[in-house]
Design a protein around this ligand. Structure first.
Ligand SMILES: Nc1ncnc2c1ncn2[C@@H]1O[C@H](COP(=O)(O)OP(=O)(O)OP(=O)(O)O)[C@@H](O)[C@H]1O
Ligand SMILES: [Mg+2]
Length: 340
């Protein structure tokens, strides 16, 4: 592990070391075993206090699973999570949650994560009550202040989930976890399903809250334009592994991994007029996460692959001061003529 997976020398607040997560394997009563999915396959990364790290990759690559492990609601199969330099994995669920109250998670589906039977006031009060934070009067005041902070007036207390728009639901979801005073927030697809103008306001709110409350973010998103707008660094994930990580500006301007190039090609407005050789060359669908190809899992879809790519899983190596890439061909790619 070299520098890019670390956050540029600043003190690490949250760290993943060689995390592995196997999900859903089972032995059938009669017949063949169903192999588990290796949803996270040896991920190491750090989050520096105050930064926003983007986590990007296609559907099913393991982003949410990684977020859940960092949060402590999903057990890792191997590896460990460190919070403020202390190992917090391996504890039982209750202890893990307690030690990780500093980390909160905004669910990928904000609406589904909020109880439809409770008023917004009830939903916001619940977390405070569970954590024993203040008497009824103090909680009431805190909730009003927090509603204000996310741009909702106090009348929202009496409303219900089905009465709120997508953007308002995101605000409530943010208010709910911010009441618990986290230091680290994992935002899972915070703008998906919102139209562009609402996306922009939610993103502004996310940035504003970060500055005001001194938060550190892990932002999970499919949407590269969101990541480019608000992330300091970006990690690109493919089938359970980080394949490239570095400062967002550098990764977007000079992506090193062929997979990152294909992602950028799918979002051309990010780099107008910036043609990348091979950027649009992606072959077929991703392989099944249950049966990964040998060596580099991207090689069957890669326009730059060669037979050696099937031999070993490439490890992250330095491609710049704080930029890492897991591709044995990255140095050659800029000069490879494109002929497909
Ligand atoms: N409970 C489970 N049992 C078995 N496999 C699972 C389970 N949960 C997730 N998976 C599998 O683990 C892999 C990673 O899933 P995950 O939800 O972390 O992906 P993701 O990157 O968040 O996708 P999306 O962008 O669609 O939200 C996928 O192959 C998924 O099918
Ligand atoms: Mg997800």
């Amino acid at each position: 592990m070299t520098t890019g997976a670390r956050a540029g020398g600043t003190a690490s607040i949250l760290e993943a070391r060689d995390l592995e997560v196997l999900l859903g394997g089972r032995q059938r009563f009669l017949g063949t075993a169903v192999p588990p999915v290796r949803a996270v396959a040896g991920v190491s990364l750090t989050l520096a206090a105050g930064e926003t790290l983007g986590l990007v990759g296609e559907s099913g690559c393991g982003k949410t699973t990684l977020g859940r492990v960092l949060l402590g609601i999903q057990r890792e199969s191997a590896g460990e999570v460190l919070l403020d330099g202390r190992i917090v994995s391996g504890m039982d669920r209750a202890d893990a949650r307690k030690s990780r109250n500093a980390i909160q998670y905004v669910h990928q589906d904000a609406g589904a994560a909020l109880d439809p039977w409770w008023s917004i006031g009830g939903i916001l009060d619940e977390g405070l009550r569970v954590h024993g934070l203040g008497d009824a009067v103090a909680r009431h005041e805190r909730i009003d202040r927090m509603l204000g902070a996310v741009g909702l007036d106090a009348s929202f207390r009496l409303r219900y989930v089905h009465e709120l728009s997508g953007g308002q639901l995101r605000r409530v979801a943010l208010a709910r976890i911010l009441l618990l005073e986290p230091r680290i927030v994992i935002l899972d697809e915070p703008t998906s399903g919102l139209d562009l103008s609402v996306q922009a306001t939610v993103l502004r709110l996310i940035q504003d809250l970060k500055a005001r409350l001194g938060l550190t973010y892990l932002l999970i998103s499919h949407d590269l334009s969101v990541v480019q707008r608000i992330c300091d660094r970006v990690a690109i994930m493919y089938l359970g592994r980080i394949v490239e990580i570095g400062p967002a500006a550098q990764v977007f301007a000079a992506p090193r991994h062929p997979y990152t190039r294909t992602l950028l090609a799918a979002a051309p407005r990010l780099v107008p007029g910036h043609e990348m050789p091979g950027a649009n060359l992606i072959i077929g669908d991703p392989p099944s996460a249950r049966h990964l190809p040998p060596g580099c899992a991207f090689h069957p879809r890669c326009a730059f692959g060669e037979s050696k790519c099937t031999e070993a899983v490439p490890r992250l190596e330095a491609a710049g001061a704080v930029h890492e890439v897991a591709c044995r061909r990255w140095r050659a790619i800029d000069v490879v003529p494109v002929s497909i």
